[in-house]
Ligand binder design. Structure first.
Ligand code: SF4
Length: 363
């Protein structure tokens, strides 16, 4: 089956890709730096959503050097809204390491790339194959879908065993000397034809070799064990204002989730607490101030990979104490018009949008 599939990939899939590939900004000028940034962005969002982020990022940091010498806050600001902020922090650190230890040149082997923070086997294979034409096969969600359908593969794809087996399969199918095209063609097929719910098998260049298609039930693949239910948490957050009309924001600690990003202070509701009591306690613990809560502003519903959250947000005023960073890295009083100069997570950006909307309504 593998030699037959390999022949079909060479004779059908690669020509199909040459004819049908979508135009993407990172495909035009292919440098290791551009491939690296685009691959990291594509690991967390779709092509159409990643494209404006990519343009913005490249405009602000056109070279590895400009990224390495930027502040972390600037890098997080350019990543704002993409999620998985540890990737942005690692990207920044890795750029500094490349400047300091590799003379500003991207390392050319998978082993040396994988020593950089945040570069795993997927990213190394993508950069290696696309920028240096190394024989490395990429295994992402799209490739996994195509492979499991092509071979009617029935193991749970979340398991380590399956990941290893599928990586081996991809390695064996790889067209040596043309790894970049092979990887991109597999990913493109998964993204545009071999779709999760409605695969367009009648238009697929691999349908004659596809066991999933021949079974008549291609969507039975990939097989995934049912997901465990993820926890749901309730959070209270405060928009604390002072007499000057400034707003208090806090910077999350580097070691915490969303580390380095700014937020409206608050935290997780504890058993038996009202949201207002939660906000009062959290502000005391985080910034050492006592607050009086006021009007309700917004409830932000947000889903992270490992939990979902309702964040109830209220206005508040300090009744005693001066802020100091206890359970946060830093804090600032900021004019509402300057709030967006700091980097935030998506959930806090919703709060800013609602604040701006209310201000506009009042003016
Ligand atoms: Fe996917 Fe259908 Fe093509 Fe098989 S024939 S690879 S299921 S699109």
């Amino acid at each position: 089956m593998i030699p037959k599939a390999k022949r079909a990939i060479k004779a059908k899939l690669l020509p199909w890709f040459a004819e049908n590939k979508r135009s993407m900004p990172w495909r035009s000028k292919r440098t290791p730096y551009r491939v690296w940034i685009s691959e990291l962005m594509l690991q967390q969002t779709r092509v159409d959503q990643a494209t404006p982020y990519f343009h913005r990022f490249m405009k602000r940091f056109p070279s590895l050097k400009s990224l390495a010498t930027a502040s972390q806050a600037d890098v997080l600001k350019m990543w704002e809204g993409l999620g998985y902020y540890s990737r942005a922090r690692n990207l920044h650190k890795a750029a500094q390491i490349i400047m300091e230890q590799h003379g500003g040149r991207f390392p050319k082997t998978a082993e040396s790339m994988m020593k950089l923070p945040g570069v795993g086997s997927y990213t190394a294979a993508a950069i290696g194959s696309l920028a240096f034409n190394l024989d490395l096969a990429v295994l992402d969600g799209n490739v996994i879908r195509v492979l499991t359908r092509l071979f009617a593969y029935t193991n749970d794809t979340q398991s380590t065993k399956a990941k290893k087996e599928l990586q081996k399969l991809a390695d064996r199918l790889l067209i040596s000397g043309d790894a970049g095209n092979f990887n991109e063609a597999m990913m493109e097929l998964g993204a545009t034809v071999c779709l999760p719910r409605n695969p367009a098998c009648s238009e697929c260049p691999l349908s004659r070799t596809c066991l999933g298609f021949q079974s008549g039930r291609p969507t039975d693949y990939p097989v995934r064990a049912p997901r465990k239910k993820i926890p749901h948490i309730i959070v209270g957050a405060a928009v604390v204002t002072n007499r000057k009309g400034e707003v208090l924001i806090a910077q999350r600690r580097a070691e915490d989730m969303l580390g380095g990003l700014w937020e409206f202070p608050g935290g997780k509701q504890e058993a038996g607490e009202t949201i207002q009591q939660c906000i009062v306690r959290e502000l005391r613990e985080e910034l050492g101030v006592n607050v009086r809560t006021g009007e309700f502003l917004i409830t932000v519903k947000h889903a992270y990979s490992h939990f979902t959250m309702d964040m109830h947000t209220y206005f508040a005023k300090i009744s005693s104490g001066r802020p100091r960073p206890i359970h946060c890295q830093d804090y600032r009083w900021v004019d509402i018009s300057k709030l967006r100069t700091f980097p935030y997570s998506k959930a806090d950006l919703y709060i800013i949008t609602e604040l701006e909307r209310q201000l506009e309504k009042e003016s």
